[in-house]
Design a protein around this ligand. Sequence first.
Ligand SMILES: Cc1ncc(COP(=O)(O)O)c(C=O)c1O
Length: 362
Amino acid sequence: MIKFFDYSIEYKKIEKEILKSIKKVLDSGILILGDELEKLENNIASFIGQKFAIGVNSGTDALTLGLRAFGFLQNSEVITVSNTTVPTIAAVRNAGLTPVFIDINPDTFQIDETKIIEKINNNTKAIVVVHLYGYPAAIDKIIQICKKYKLKLVEDCAQAFGSKYNNKYLGSFGDISCFSFYPTKNLSAYGDAGMCLTSNTEYYNNLKLLRFYGYKENKPISYIEGFNSRLDEIQAAILNVKLKYFDNYIFEKKRIANIYFENIENAKIVLPPKIEDVILHLFVIRTKYRDELIKYLYNKGIETKIHYPMPVHLMPAYSFLNYKQGSLPKTEFISKQILSLPFYYGLSKTNQKTIIYALNNF
Ligand SMILES: Cc1ncc(COP(=O)(O)O)c(C=O)c1O
């Protein structure tokens, strides 16, 4: 079976260094909030282009704490998309806020920025853009809307570490930008990890309190109601090693993407957009014959996945938001056509050939 994802090839290449970094942490006696995290925060803030970074436990927590850091009133509205993974919306709710969904542009998979203004009211406080699959949302236009209507911009960059827009890294535009280092992500830990970036000192200070029960300087007195959300030293050490090899990772992912772009040829299959400077997290094709294609590929030993089979607004947990079937037609339309192919560092040439051959003969 050609697996959908496999981290082992990348891991084997850097195994010695990873194990050494883990040992160093274990020998140091400091497992939480130590030098490795500080180093990682400095590295990532300067890599992406924001002043401050705050490591947290996951991408979901980065979004939750990020939204809490603004100090919005409970039930304030946040404009976002339903064409995302649950955590984006779970985080909006965890922060006590209400998501307001905007439909997407099906060609780019991103929020349709022309539909944002009609949903803004006095209760709207922020826009959460999700750079899905690594593609940028229309940031320039969205920044203009945020300025005009005094809204905060949050970038959900969980799938977009390393991708650029107008020559700047995604994550450098938001008032707060949120990253996930979940094991499948572009920059990935061997467990859960996430990070908020900001250049605003007030939000930075709030985030530092929020991730650690509201404590200042480790004294167990809460100044604000906070969380336990810390990126531990072992994961930070692993990420510091992986960041060193990130150029190599980008090179490899681009190479594999280009092979798909250049060789998949089938009138029944629509390829995703090919955009310079985008580091794809997932390679997502579209086809009217999706269910048939899944079965066909599976029978040929090829595992695929759907990101995501049900838009969040139609999920039972979010029925109280009152979005009916048909309310976001483009989001619903593409959720029935999308299919993610195996696409990871180390996908072998032979396996990729098998996948392409199967697709072209479907
Ligand atoms: C777009 C998006 N947002 C948020 C998250 C949440 O990240 P995590 O799994 O680290 O909590 C993910 C990853 O699952 C994601 O893909």
